[in-house]
Write a protein that binds this ligand. Structure first.
Ligand code: PMP
Length: 286
């Protein structure tokens, strides 16, 4: 059965020819996206995702065409028409259609679409066993706090991870003190040293929705949290490491570039955060 998608206020079969070749998302990558989990027909942390999207749209001077409750209604209709209760909702806004000049066009209406797909398959038992990651140069731009649809560096990084049999690629940059890690190609990163949870500060990274929740949980379970630059030598020598994202949740990292992290198995503090996050997920559904 063909999927139905939401496009500018209406529902269409996924194969319907909707986007114009003049769309600025297509021509310039002038657009933003979000990915929201759908669990049992409800949406995980819907508010926070829409809030992030709205904020980024305002930064780019892109009008945001819907209220949050309208979008939630449309998203629920997608659940109904597609019969998908456990999935991932992809939302995209572009600046709309205009003759191809770089500067913002005047009076152009944005295009907004949502697609609900079944949840992607994760590698078997990866939440229990942990995953391997590789490093990849952070060749992205200076506005990584925006979830833009310009994802070529992220795609190259993830493809390299796949070729090397790893789950994720972690971006690295350098400063006078050495090489530091910023985030994954589609995830936020954490390390644990002793009783301190370290995660890169919000300095040219995406403010991950899952990252924010995990920081809240860590506070609740009385962990010490430091948001600062995380150097490669520390990461390789840390006691535990994990990554977070909407799809991955809290995922232990056990190897980086073929170097074991600690004993090469998920650590107890990671497992604790993972299980608390899992148990709270129901309460974040909208
Ligand atoms: N960083 C990047 C670059 C990402 O693409 C993602 C996933 N969208 C994340 C972090 C994790 O964000 P979230 O927890 O909001 O899914």
């Amino acid at each position: 059965m063909e999927l139905y998608i939401f496009y500018n206020g209406y529902f269409y079969p996924q194969s319907a020819p909707l986007l114009s070749v003049l769309d600025r998302g297509l021509c310039f990558g002038d657009g933003l996206f979000e990915l929201i989990r759908c669990i049992g027909g409800k949406f995980l942390l819907f508010d926070r995702h829409i809030q992030r999207m709205r904020k980024s749209a305002a930064f780019l001077e892109m009008p945001f065409p819907y209220r949050k409750d309208e979008l939630l209604d449309y998203a629920r209709k997608l659940v109904k028409v597609n019969g998908i209760k456990d999935g991932e909702l992809y939302l995209e806004i572009t600046r709309g259609e205009a003759p191809r000049y770089h500067e913002f066009p005047r009076d152009t209406k944005p295009n907004f679409f949502m697609v609900l797909n079944a949840l992607r398959q994760m590698p078997e038992n990866c939440r229990e066993k942990g995953v391997k990651v590789i490093t990849f140069p952070d060749i992205r731009w200076g506005y990584c706090h925006l979830k833009t649809i310009n994802l070529l560096p992220n795609i190259l990084a993830k493809e390299m991870a796949k070729k090397k049999g790893a789950y994720e690629a972690l971006f690295i940059r350098g400063d006078e003190k050495g090489t530091y890690l910023t985030e994954g190609s589609s995830s936020s990163i954490f390390a644990i040293e002793g009783d301190v949870l370290i995660t890169p500060e919000e300095d040219n990274i995406l403010p991950g929705v899952t990252r924010a929740i995990v920081i809240e949980i860590a506070k609740q379970v009385n962990m010490k949290i430091t948001e600062r630059r995380l150097y490669m030598n520390e990461y390789k020598a840390c006691d535990e490491a994990f990554l977070t994202s909407t799809v991955s949740e809290v995922l232990p990292v056990i190897r980086i570039d073929n170097k074991k992290i600690a004993k090469g198995i998920p650590g107890p503090k990671t497992e604790k955060l993972q299980s608390v996050y899992r148990s709270l997920m129901q309460s974040y559904l909208q």
